[in-house]
Design a protein around this ligand. Structure first.
Ligand code: XMP
Length: 497
């Protein structure tokens, strides 16, 4: 008839998400009534319990903007210079929903063949032309498909083909004003310019339409000033203290101390330093997989913990180092301890479908972090390429040799040696479209998973009831579609007790 959480996880055997499944309960309310609001750290609550991983093929400013837009949050990777990471924070904090803050921009001396090349990589065929070839330069014109489609000489410069008679809007205009102007003009693009003629951002018919649809999807994640929330990963080296100082200057909301084995003297010292220097900055420690590890980081002052070791789709840490833990067990065990100390945990890695998210939350995580799930989306860094007719993007472990050569070796504690041992692999994933479209579907699947009988202990509440200590009194109802995600493995049934 199944087992309680205590029985399943008290036998000294480790389980991954696919090893466990919940018995269905009795439905007495609609899926949309399930409240998924949850904490990522002591002081930050998100409407959508999903964050994107700080990996260089997953989260830069574009992904962080999209994640915050749908009520989650993105964590910027730090395989880049301090200034580049600070610039990414700035871009997110300055982002206005409904506008494109990173439009394609080229200098007038570029040629049509540069646009052809860009089209094959990114799929766009329109560019704005500024004197510097960058955002912030003086806007000179725009080149769209209509300007170049029938031109046979592809070595002509953009200067000779661009449209200079532009409809623009000034950067103090509201979103509604921009939408109105675009609608009246019947054009597809509206550059936003400052009083001195420099390009600030771009409004397109599609970006404005997307923003108009958002109110029905729910509020974005914002800070007290209404700016989008953004987090960033940092290391524990002395120069990471300088890095955090710059990120704080730009308004970062939380930092993650990025390590595959976070229970170290380096991390404890860094947590203490950051909490003493920036009391209002949320500091997330990890990764950990045992209660003892979690306890040490909580004692040091961590506001949240990231849980998972070797559970990610691109991880080889368990194979290389023989350390780690089955992710379902790790989440359950760490959550039980962390919850008793008032610290939320993030289940990090190994999420392949909405059923895994349901399991992570039901086992005690407050938040779920995904890498591969969001890799290959429009917002993930990197260009698309075709292989055997399939549209792909790169996805690689931060412990892969390829990524470590760019600086992420500190996460894998190999900076002190010239020998770099890979703890991750590099590969590619299929195009998945935009996370703006994917996440609402994913969350609806999760709500259906939690369309549960509420626990007796919180009888009046229909809120997500996912604390680990509650598991043995929790009756979950999983739709057959979610159950189908796990039927191919041995099933261990967790009962309501
Ligand atoms: P998913 O399954 O979402 O996992 O792709 C993402 C998480 O995996 C971790 N990560 C790694 N772990 N070697 C590892 O052992 C690596 O190279 C690596 N890169 C990322 C990380 O916790 C991430 O959030």
């Amino acid at each position: 008839d199944g087992f309680s959480g205590k029985e399943v996880f008290g036998q000294g055997v480790c389980y991954t998400y696919d090893d466990v499944i919940f018995h269905p309960g009795h439905i007495d309310f609609a899926a949309h009534e399930v409240e998924l609001k949850s904490k990522i750290s002591k002081n930050i609550t998100l409407r959508t319990p999903l964050v994107s991983s700080p990996m260089d093929t997953v989260t830069e400013a574009g992904m962080a903007v999209a994640m915050a837009t749908v009520g989650g949050m993105g964590f910027l990777h730090y395989n880049m210079t301090t200034e580049d990471q600070a610039e990414n924070v700035r871009l997110v904090k300055n982002h206005t929903i409904g506008f494109i803050t990173h439009p394609e921009v080229m200098p007038p001396s570029n040629t049509i063949s540069d646009i052809d090349e860009m089209k094959s990589r990114r799929g766009y065929s329109s560019v704005l032309v500024t004197d510097t070839g960058k955002i912030g330069g003086k806007l000179l014109g725009i080149v769209t498909t209509r300007d170049i489609d029938l031109v046979t000489n592809r070595s002509l410069t953009l200067e000779s083909v661009m449209t200079c008679d532009l409809l623009t809007v000034d950067d103090t205009a509201t979103f509604e004003k921009a939408a109105e102007m675009l609608k009246a003009s019947k054009k597809g693009k509206l550059p936003v310019v400052a009083a001195d003629g420099t390009l600030k951002r771009l409004a397109t018919y599609a970006s404005l339409k997307e923003a108009l649809l958002l109110p029905s999807a729910g509020a974005p994640s914002t800070d007290a000033k209404g700016r989008l929330l953004v987090g960033a990963a940092v290391g524990t080296r002395p120069d990471d203290k300088v890095r955090v100082a710059r990120l704080v200057e730009e308004g970062v909301d939380a930092v993650i101390l990025d390590s595959s084995q976070g229970d170290s003297v380096y991390q404890i010292e860094m947590i203490k330093h950051l909490k003493a220097t920036y009391p209002s900055l949320d500091v997330i420690g990890g990764n950990v997989v045992t209660a003892a590890q979690a306890s040490r980081l909580i004692d040091a002052g961590a506001d949240g913990l990231r849980v998972g070791m070797g559970s990610g789709s691109i991880c080889t840490t368990q194979e290389v180092c023989a350390v780690g833990r089955g992710q379902a067990t790790a989440v359950y065990k760490v959550a039980a301890l962390a919850h008793s100390r008032g610290v939320p945990i993030i289940a990090d890695g190994g999420i392949q479908n909405s059923g895994h998210i349901v399991k992570a939350l039901a086992l005690g995580a407050s938040m779920v972090m995904c890498g591969s799930m969001f890799a290959g989306t429009t917002e993930a860094p990197g260009d698309y390429f075709f292989q055997d007719g399939v549209k792909l993007k790169r996805y690689r472990g931060m412990g892969s040799l390829e990524a470590m050569s760019k600086g992420s070796d500190t996460r894998y504690l190999s900076e002190a040696t010239h020998l770099k041992v890979a703890q991750g692999v590099a590969g590619s994933v299929k195009d998945k479209g935009s996370v703006l479209k994917m996440i609402p579907y994913l969350m609806h699947g999760v709500k259906q998973g939690f369309q549960a009988r509420h626990c007796p202990s919180t009888a009046a509440s229909r809120v997500l009831c996912h604390r680990a200590y509650d598991l043995d009194v929790l009756m979950l109802w999983l739709r057959s579609v979610l159950v189908a995600c796990a039927v191919s493995v041995d099933l261990l049934v967790v009962d309501s007790g």
